[in-house]
Design a protein around this ligand. Structure first.
Ligand SMILES: NC(=O)c1ccc[n+]([C@@H]2O[C@H](COP(=O)([O-])OP(=O)(O)OC[C@H]3O[C@@H](n4cnc5c(N)ncnc54)[C@H](OP(=O)(O)O)[C@@H]3O)[C@@H](O)[C@H]2O)c1
Length: 264
């Protein structure tokens, strides 16, 4: 199936490793003109080398911390200078959780995690809106979490903020439809990226158990009985970002091995 990515301009925020990198690599292999964004020039170069090996062409790179107040202005300025205007797709893959009981979380924890998951996404989309409006079959895909439909214990901040992204996604899909921009959300379950590898490593040190043991425990309530891979999540991100998904907007699609048990 031709996903119609040839020449398509795609910006992946959080594209230096994990689900963002897998998405950027797959779209580059499909022929897209990809730019990856993260906080670290070193991580971006490592990712660019991996993408160049897979796709035969290195992606564009931009260092930007999307939790910074001026991140939107930085992104818009860079896109104008680099591409001269229109882009066709944006993926926002920055976010995460704090593992904690409710009583132990401070205002700073709440505000910090809101900025990390929600405000970074809002700023990115707002800054790039004029560029997407000028694009072809334009698409936004934001990364949410299966936890937004089935809250996990001890992850209350991201349960709340990823649920906020469901509202953002649905609202923007309706508001942007007449600009020709589709807006969708991919909700991963537990996925073996640096995010989870770091979490399991920390738990292993705290609990004196092996990382393998911890991952096996967290696989028990997943119907498919294992963590997902970044590539498995990315395949949905890529498809929704492609013109092949032309009649899909406002959807929040789980790629989670069946962990979220709700009917809807
Ligand atoms: N993995 C899971 O199990 C899972 C489950 C549910 C939802 N999700 C969601 O899926 C998305 C991607 O997750 P992931 O597992 O791929 O995460 P990850 O492994 O932590 O990768 C995050 C990416 O974002 C970049 N990044 C982090 N903070 C940034 C900032 N302030 N500004 C710019 N870039 C930043 C990182 O690069 P640098 O360090 O180079 O900046 C990296 O490229 C997140 O929204 C996450 O909440 C993941």
């Amino acid at each position: 199936m031709d996903l119609e990515f040839k020449g398509r301009r795609v910006l992946v925020v959080g594209g230096s490793y994990g689900i963002g990198l897998a998405s950027a690599r797959q779209m580059s292999v499909e022929g897209a003109d990809v730019a990856i964004v993260s906080r670290s020039a070193g991580n971006l170069q490592t990712a660019a080398d991996e993408i160049a090996t897979a796709a035969g062409r290195a992606p564009r790179q931009f260092v930007c911390d999307v939790t910074a107040a001026d991140a939107g202005a930085q992104l818009a300025q860079w896109v104008s200078a680099e591409w001269g205007g229109a882009i066709d797709a944006v993926v926002t893959a920055v976010g995460g959780s704090i593992r904690s009981a409710f009583a132990d979380l401070t205002d700073e924890d709440w505000i910090g995690n809101y900025t990390f998951n929600v405000l970074s996404t809002v700023r990115t989309i707002r800054a790039l809106l004029p560029h997407l409006s000028a694009g072809q079959a334009a698409s936004i895909v934001m990364l949410g979490a299966a936890a937004s439909k089935m809250p996990y214990q001890h992850q209350i901040v991201s349960n709340v903020h990823k649920a906020g992204l469901l509202g953002l996604n649905k609202t923007l899909a309706a508001e942007f439809a007449d600009k020709g921009i589709r807006c969708n959300l991919v909700a991963p379950g537990r996925t073996l990226t640096p995010l989870w590898i770091n979490r399991a490593t920390k738990m292993s040190q705290e609990e004196g158990r092996s990382v393998e043991d911890i991952l096996a425990d967290f696989s028990k309530d997943i119907p498919l009985a294992r963590f997902g891979t970044a590539d498995e999540i990315a395949r949905m991100v890529v498809w929704l970002s492609s013109p092949c998904a032309s009649y899909i907007t406002g959807q929040a699609i789980n790629v989670d091995g069946g962990i979220a048990r709700g009917l809807l």
